[in-house]
Structures are given as C-alpha cells and as structure tokens.
Design a protein around this ligand. Structure first.
Ligand SMILES: Nc1ncnc2c1ncn2[C@@H]1O[C@H](COP(=O)(O)OP(=O)(O)OP(=O)(O)O)[C@@H](O)[C@H]1O
Length: 600
C-alpha cells in the first residue's frame, strides 16, 4: 500500500458525525417528521406484547373478546407498519439528500484546490473518495444511523417494559448484558480497523487503475502489462486480506453474541417458569417479558453489527471531510467578493520584483532565482532556456498556481497575490504545450474559453487557428465529438484547438508555452501568421525551443537554471549570450558560418 498517512484518517472519528450536522440542518422538518414516525413505530412495536399479556392472562372464554383482540391486533399492525414505512422512506430520502449535498460540496471544493494540493494528493485518491466512499455513504448512511436510532429506541423501550412487566426477570439481563456489550464493542473496533485498511487499499487500487488506464498506450509500449497486472493483483489481495480479517471478527462476534443471548433467554425462561410454578407470576406476564427480551436482544445484536458498519461509515465521512479541510486557492468569501475594478481591455504591464521560487517538494533548490523584470504593456517577450530552466514555472507563478517564495509579481502595478484569482486568470490566456482537451465536440472545446460567445466569434477563432481546415473533414464538422482527452485528434490539431481558445478569449496577456511544437512546418507558418494577429496589441510571453518562432520578439530573456543571464533582441543576444549563441548554432540560426562558431 502506498504510504500517504497524512491524507488518511486513522484515529477514532466521532467528530465526523457532528460534521454531518450542517448537512442535516436544512432538512429540519423532514427530521421532525422522521422522529415522529420513529417514535410511533417503536411505540406500536412495544404495545404488542402488552396486548398478548392482557389477552393471555384472563384466557379465551369469550368469543367477543377474542374478536376485539384480533381487530385491535390488525389495527395496531396497520398503524405500526405505516409508521415503519414512513420512517424508512424518510430516513432514505434524508440520507440521500445529505450524501448528494456532501458529494457536491466536496467536488466543488476539489475544483478550487491549488496545484500544490494535487502535487501531493493523487488524483486517483480524490476520485476514489468521490466514488467508493460516497457509495458507502449512499448505501449506509440511512441504514446505519437510522438503524442505530431505531434499535437504540427499541432496546431502551424494551428494557423499560421488561422492568415494568417483571422486575425480577431483569436479573439475568444484568448479568449477561455487560459481556454481550463488550463483545460487540470489541468486534466493532476491530471491524472499523479492517474496514479502514480495506478502504485505503481500494483508494490505492483506484489510483493505480486511473494511472494505468490513462497511460495505457505507454504501459503497452513499455510492455509493462504484466507488472501492472501484478500491482493490481497485489492491491486486490490486500483488500481481500482485510475482508477476511473482518469476516473472521464478524463471525466470532456473532457466535459469541448468539451464545450469550440464548443463555439469557434460557435463564429468563427458567426464572419466569419458576415464578409461575410458585404462583408469583402469570403466563401472560412471562410471555410479554420474553417477547420484550427478544426485542431487546435482537436490537442489541443489530446495534452490535451496526457498530462495525458505523466505523466504515465514519471512515468514509471523514475521508470526504478531510478533502473539505484542505485549504482552497481562495476562500468562498473571497471568491464571492465583487471585483473592485472591471478589467481593462488594453494590454497589461507586468513586473517581476526580485522573485524567488522553490517547489515545496524541493524547498532546498531555487527553481527561479532573483527574477527582476519589467514587461511593458503590449510587449512581445520570449523566454529561452534549456529544458528545466524554469520557463513553465515562470508562467505558473504568473497564473498564481504557485506563489513566489520571495518577491512580488505586479500586474498594472497591482500585486497579483492581492487580486482575486478569477480576475487575474480572466485576463490571461495560455496555449500550453500539451493542451487539455475534454470529451466534448470541437466547438464546445473551444467555447470553454468563453461560454456563450457568438457563432461569428467562434468561426473567426477557428479560421484564424486553422481549426476549420481539419474540422471540414470530420464527420459532423465542428460538432464532432473528439473522444476522451481528444483521443481522436492529432497533437497538432489539439494545439490548434488551444490556439482557437486563446483567440476567442481575447486576453490582455497571452502565454504561448511551446504552443506550436506539435505542428508541421506548413501549419506552423500559417499559425504563426494567426498568432502575429493575436499577439498584436496585447502583452505576449512566449517560450519556445525553436528560436525561429521567437526571433521577432521585442526582447528575448535567456534563463539558465532559474536565473536570467541575458536580455536583448535576437541580434543582440547572438553577440552577448554564449548560451543563446549555442542554441542558435544548433538550430542554424546564427548569422555566421558554422566553421566560425566552432572556433569561437
Ligand atoms: N511540481 C514540481 N515539483 C518539483 N519540481 C518541479 C515541479 N515542476 C517542475 N519542477 C522542476 O523545476 C524545474 C523547472 O521546470 P520547468 O517545467 O519550469 O522547466 P521548463 O524550462 O519549462 O522546461 P521545458 O522546456 O522542458 O518545458 C525543473 O528542474 C523541474 O524538474
């Protein structure tokens, strides 16, 4: 099992029950109706043995009494059954509503969690919590909590009625119940432990499944199918091991409880019979007492098994709540505040003021160091650097996926850490190297950038990004579904969709992170023209390995291991930066013959 102890609840989790209260509060009226139905059904059940007592003791010497008793039994049965049906329907409905709300809250929270969270928390684990833990709650919440209330009430009511009916017969109860409770508590604790481990194994399995199936082509290309199957099998064995341990405890507890319960019934029968023999009690009284005792013991054993399930349920609640406890990018209150200024349509200026950044998982290494840079509004700035130099990290800081460890980033003079994340990102469009394509049509994928944009704007963006060229050949044109993650599209087609998104968004700041790396030369040339159009009038930051795509930038920044080592235009850098010269020579962009470069 993967070690992720901080993410998983391991201690007793009673507070999880209280954490459910806010989800119950909006259903107060339904809860009151449920409580009434619960009380009425318990009262109906508890009245029955008293009826038997009053019928049995005088004997059946009168047909009319017998008829009335049968009629009363029928009416009581109808009443109790109706109350029980109402109780169950209400419990199920309330339970389902609570689970639906909780699930929605957790998902809504998850989409606001920062990049940092998803670095530590595997996505498969989040999915497992939202699926298997939610399933436990969907099927268990009403049953376990409702059942606990129902059996608890029946137990208390039966014990009171036993005391009222024949106090002396309570003696065996006092002797046998403590070990019975101990057995149930102990087995509940063990079952909770095994259920928790089982859920942990299931979460690991879910992560593994997600990772392997998502990267199935890579798994197959690396011929890792057998290794993947082995890991999966080991996970299943882990689950089964916990299930086996849980079943053993369950069976042992039920054996011991059964023995104790029959010991109790036998003891009560003997004592009650002895009383009747000595004219100290009645048959009706003993019968009523025994029925109450059966109610009580059956409620007690149901509570015992619910105790085990309660742990599983609380574990599931706590796993979901643990997600809610993670700090979001912004608090809901911050998200709800109105933006003080409406975004200006003009290009934005940017300033990086002595920015330092280290990834939290590598806090000892500075990924960006002393970045001090002013980018004028409307400037076209390119970032050049070897792989791993920090170009994407630079963009991630600008998008506020991460905050600088030191220093500030200013947009039009305003510190972006003081801005609403939504307002900041509304002003930026990014065309990443590997764009995320959703399982929607081509048109809907582009419209994600600006839902509700007019058809003419969509068409224009598609034309400019050369999306229309491949869309024409798709069976349903721009309404063709592109499959999960755009599996039916080529890398270049996906990039063109991302470029169309950026065009449609019409941002103040445009980030192109290797935006044309998956295009062939012909399409790249055509898209460069479209991008030239897009770049005009807005602040543009470009990272590209191919220098041909950035040589027209106003300024080029050379990044080396997270530091800026040179700034200038193409011609300038060819003179001043050895690293830039090296890149240029590798790509034959140097104006000098290669023989000269070799000797310089
Ligand atoms: N989430 C992360 N946690 C820890 N280190 C990271 C993380 N993401 C990137 N890094 C490290 O930070 C450094 C800069 O990475 P970055 O992706 O910014 O480089 P890049 O210049 O964009 O590279 P490329 O041109 O290959 O895309 C690399 O050493 C990388 O290993």
């Amino acid at each position: 099992m993967a070690a992720n102890p901080w993410q998983r609840p391991t201690s007793k989790n009673w507070h999880a029950l209280f954490a459910l209260l806010p989800f119950l509060r909006p259903r107060l009226w339904l809860l009151i109706l449920y409580a009434i139905a619960l009380l009425l059904s318990a009262a109906g059940t508890l009245v029955l043995p008293q009826g038997a007592r009053y019928l049995l003791d005088p004997g059946f010497d009168n047909a009319r009494v017998l008829f009335l008793a049968s009629l009363a039994l029928l009416l009581l049965g109808i009443f109790t059954t109706a109350a029980r049906a109402a109780r169950e329907a209400l419990a199920t409905w309330i339970g389902q509503k609570v689970v639906a709300d909780l699930r929605e809250r957790v998902f809504a929270h998850a989409v606001h969690l920062p990049a940092l969270f998803y670095e530590k928390f595997r996505t498969g684990e989040v999915i497992s919590r939202l699926s298997s833990d939610v399933t436990i709650l969907r099927f268990g919440l009403a049953g376990v909590l409702g059942g606990a209330l129902q059996h608890g009430l029946t137990l208390i009511g039966s014990l009171i009625m036993m005391l009222v009916t024949a106090p002396i017969l309570v003696l065996p109860v006092v002797i046998v119940v403590p070990p019975l409770v101990w057995v149930n508590l102990r087995s509940g604790r063990l079952q909770r432990k095994y259920s928790r481990l089982e859920q942990d194994y299931l979460a690991d399995l879910s992560s593994h499944t997600e990772e392997s199936i998502n990267a199935i082509r890579t798994v197959q290309a690396l011929t890792r199918e057998n290794a993947t199957k082995d890991t999966y099998r080991a996970g299943i064995q882990g689950v089964l091991q916990q299930v086996r341990a849980r079943i053993k405890v369950q069976a042992g507890a039920s054996l011991l409880s059964g023995f104790l319960i029959f010991l109790l019934l036998a003891g009560m029968l003997y004592l009650g019979g002895w009383q009747i023999l000595h004219h100290r009690g009645s048959i009706g009284g003993l019968t009523a007492f025994l029925i109450y005792a059966m109610f009580a013991t059956s409620a007690l054993s149901s509570l015992g098994s619910l105790w085990g399930q309660l742990g599983r349920l609380l574990g599931a609640v706590e796993r979901l709540l643990a997600l809610l406890e993670q700090e979001p990018e912004e608090s809901p209150a911050q998200r709800a505040t109105e933006s003080p200024v409406t975004a200006s349509p003009s290009a934005a200026s940017l300033r990086f003021v002595q920015v330092y950044f280290s990834y939290p998982s590598r806090s000892d290494i500075a990924t960006l160091e002393n970045i001090d840079l002013t980018i004028e509004a409307g400037e076209h700035l390119a970032l050049v650097g070897a792989s791993g130099a920090g170009k994407s990290t630079f963009f991630d800081l600008l998008l506020h996926h991460y905050a600088p460890t030191r220093g500030q980033i200013l947009l039009d003079g305003q510190d972006i850490s003081q801005m609403r994340v939504h307002d900041l990102r509304q002003q930026i469009a990014i065309v990443p190297q590997h764009p995320a394509i959703f399982s929607l049509s081509v048109a809907d994928n582009i419209l994600l950038a600006k839902p509700g944009a007019p058809a003419s704007a969509l068409q224009a963006a598609m034309r400019a990004a050369r999306v229309d060229e491949f869309v024409e050949r798709l069976p349903e044109g721009m309404h063709t579904h592109v499959g999960e993650k755009g599996i039916t599209l080529s890398g270049g087609q996906r990039q063109r969709i991302a470029i169309a998104r950026a065009l449609l968004r019409n941002p103040r700041i445009l980030i192109l992170d290797e935006a044309t790396s998956a295009l062939d030369a012909e399409n790249e040339r055509l898209i460069q023209e479209a991008l030239a159009e897009l770049i005009r009038g807005r602040t543009t930051l470009v990272a590209a390995h191919r220098l041909a795509t950035i040589r027209d930038a106003d300024r080029i920044v050379v990044l080396e291991a997270g530091r800026i080592t040179a700034i200038g235009d193409h011609a300038n850098l060819l003179h001043n930066s050895a690293v830039y010269r090296h890149f240029a020579s590798l790509q034959s962009l140097d104006e000098r013959p290669l023989s000269k470069i070799a000797t310089s």
